[in-house]
Design a protein around this ligand. Structure first.
Ligand code: CNA
Length: 238
């Protein structure tokens, strides 16, 4: 591990074209559970698995249950950026990092100071009426009860991409461009199980692909450097 961190330290020190691609594991050290870790949401018991509840068809079919789960599990009040978010923001400020591409919906990269954040799956901090598109503050959902309704009668929903819904074309193509042009690509805190996001790894053509994840991923064999550890702890050593 020491040797791997030393190599990562050298690559990141020498580069001014780092791109980071991450997922829920980036925020577990901020107290937000991920999906697939042993204490993640998939290992807790609900009437339906999270993947089902967080799908477009379930949202349409049973919005009351959707919002109960959403408020209970996806909204973590008072979460703060951890060492991983802060290091990435610092690198951007120093002109070393070009973009953070994230599957997270928690807004912690922006809270840490990152500016170029490509949110593949949207954000819990933006909400809108799905009928008339009027924007709403997040408190409208988070602090309400039941199914939040707009004055027009439409359901007010978070601006997050549910399972079965498509990703924003522009965010996807910008992410591809940053990853294609990156010198160092650091992928961290993601099980690389959720597509199409997980497929972004295939657009990197360099020789400094770094994977930092607590558990093994299906892409470990593709990486030039694999570190199995906590991402906040690893990045804070750089
Ligand atoms: P995932 O499938 O739950 O995988 C998370 C991965 O991170 C696992 O492989 C863990 O081993 C690993 N991990 C956990 N903690 C750490 C840590 N401290 N350091 C390094 N690795 C760690 O999550 P993905 O992001 O891969 O899956 C994509 C889903 C999860 C996206 O649609 C997200 O929107 C969704 N999600 C987001 C959040 C959030 O915004 N914080 C929380 C929960 C789920």
């Amino acid at each position: 591990m020491e040797e791997a961190i030393a190599r990562l330290r050298q690559w990141t020190a020498e580069s001014d074209n780092i791109v980071f691609f991450g997922g829920a594991g980036v925020s577990t050290e901020s107290g937000i559970p991920d999906f697939r870790s042993v204490d993640g949401l998939y290992h807790q018991t609900y009437r339906f698995p999270p993947e089902t509840i967080l799908s477009h068809s379930f949202f349409k079919h049973d919005p009351a249950e959707f919002f109960a789960f959403y408020r209970d599990k996806l909204i973590v009040q008072d979460a703060k950026p951890n060492a991983a978010h802060l290091k990435l923001a610092q690198w951007e400020q120093e002109g070393k990092l070009k973009a953070v591409v994230t599957q997270n919906i928690d807004g912690l990269h922006q809270m840490a100071g990152s500016k170029t954040v490509l949110e593949l799956h949207g954000s819990v901090h933006r909400c809108y009426c799905e009928k008339c598109r009027k924007p709403y503050p997040e408190a409208f959902i988070n602090e309400g009860t039941g199914v939040p309704r707009c004055a027009c009668g439409g359901i007010v929903r978070p601006d997050v991409v549910l399972y079965e819904e498509g990703l924003d074309d522009k965010i996807m193509s910008d992410s591809i461009r940053y990853i294609q042009n990156a010198e160092v690509l650091i992928i961290g805190g993601t099980s690389l199980n959720v597509y199409p996001a997980a497929g972004l790894i295939n657009y990197y053509h360099g020789d400094k692909l770094v994977l930092i994840n607590l558990s093994e991923t299906p892409a470990d064999h593709l990486a030039n450097l694999v570190i199995h550890g906590k991402i906040g702890e690893v990045l804070s050593q750089l």
